[in-house]
Design a binder for this molecule. Structure first.
Ligand SMILES: [Ca+2]
Length: 322
């Protein structure tokens, strides 16, 4: 059965392909896409999201949300990875589609409160919009079937030693979301090193389908550029690896089919202070967590590994057959 979903994103290159997967998936009916400051500033995020929706062949409304974090943090964006415009400077035409007038958080609250059945929610960026929606209308928690987040790292971070970008960028917002009892699936960085990859062989199939499928065209252009960036980065390590592992794409894939991931259930705490660990997702992997001093809370599902074959099949089948 098709599931209704709202997706919140900070559209850089991996959000773009993730949105294309959700928009083309027969599993999802995307009711709206909400934008938040993150990889690049909000204006670029909105512009990129509109361009992605146009390439998807679907017409879904796009809403602008918060342009700054809850607390002034002075953190830098991720333009060094995603390019100044967030889409690697690739020559996708300016969008004709317009952003909606309603604020993203108003849309999120209205849509969940009007929903007859609990719905899916996916976040692919910093959790500012999500935290504000939860704070302004706590009753949305009862309307959420599953919140799937690309957020955090169990064994390592990326922006800092132990902190992943989306959580590091707005830790106070992440804490509000993680501390809430909404049913959650966290897709951290870990499965990207264990199965959450697409290969040049996968990319070739998308390129071959690009002529009459604009979403395959956009995805293959982004993947081609990302493969070169990855090869350049890994050259420094002495192994020129040629693959892509877009974190947000894996998060949407896990939201579509959790069985592509190996799941562990743990309590997770967000560090908001700490000399080296601000923005860290602290995962309690002790066996006897009922003895823990911290207040017990619901365990959340964490995708620790992904099945590369199942993941690639899901992505390619979605884009090539729908
Ligand atoms: Ca993102």
């Amino acid at each position: 059965m098709t599931r209704n979903v709202i997706i919140d994103c900070d559209t850089g290159m991996d959000d773009a392909v993730a949105l294309l997967l959700a928009l083309r998936s027969p599993e999802f009916n995307v009711l709206g896409i909400t934008c938040v400051n993150g990889n690049v500033g909000l204006g670029h995020v909105v512009n990129n999201t509109l361009r992605v929706v146009e390439h998807s062949g679907k017409d879904v409304p796009v809403y602008a949300g918060y342009s700054s974090t809850l607390m002034p943090s002075g953190e830098e964006d991720a333009a060094a990875v995603h390019g100044k415009d967030g889409l690697g400077g690739l020559p996708f035409p300016a969008p004709k589609k317009q952003v909606e007038k309603e604020h993203a958080v108003d849309f999120i609250i209205r849509t969940f409160m009007e929903a007859k059945e609990p719905m899916d929610w996916i976040t692919l960026g910093p959790l500012t919009n999500a935290a504000m929606a939860i704070r302004r209308e706590p009753r949305i928690a009862e309307k959420i079937r599953m919140l799937t987040m690309m957020a955090g790292g169990v064994h390592s971070g990326n922006t800092s030693v132990m902190s992943e970008f989306n959580v590091y960028f707005d830790p106070e917002a992440a804490r509000i979301v993680f501390d809430n009892d909404i049913p959650k699936t966290m897709v951290p960085l870990d499965p990207l090193w264990s199965g959450g990859r697409l290969t040049e062989e996968n990319l070739a199939k998308l390129k071959a389908a690009a002529a009459d499928r604009p979403w395959c065209d956009m995805a293959s252009q982004i993947f081609s550029q990302t493969i070169e960036i990855m090869a350049e980065l890994s050259r420094y390590l002495g192994n020129e690896e040629r693959y892509v592992s877009p974190p947000d794409l894996l998060a949407v894939a896990v939201a579509i089919d959790p069985s592509i991931a190996e799941i562990e259930n743990h309590q997770v705490f967000v560090e908001t202070t700490g000399e080296y660990t601000r923005g860290m997702t602290v995962v309690d992997r002790r066996r006897f967590t009922h003895l823990a001093k911290n207040n017990p809370r619901k365990k959340i599902a964490i995708a620790m590994k992904a099945n590369q074959q199942k993941y690639a099949d899901l992505v390619l089948n979605t884009w090539l057959k729908n």
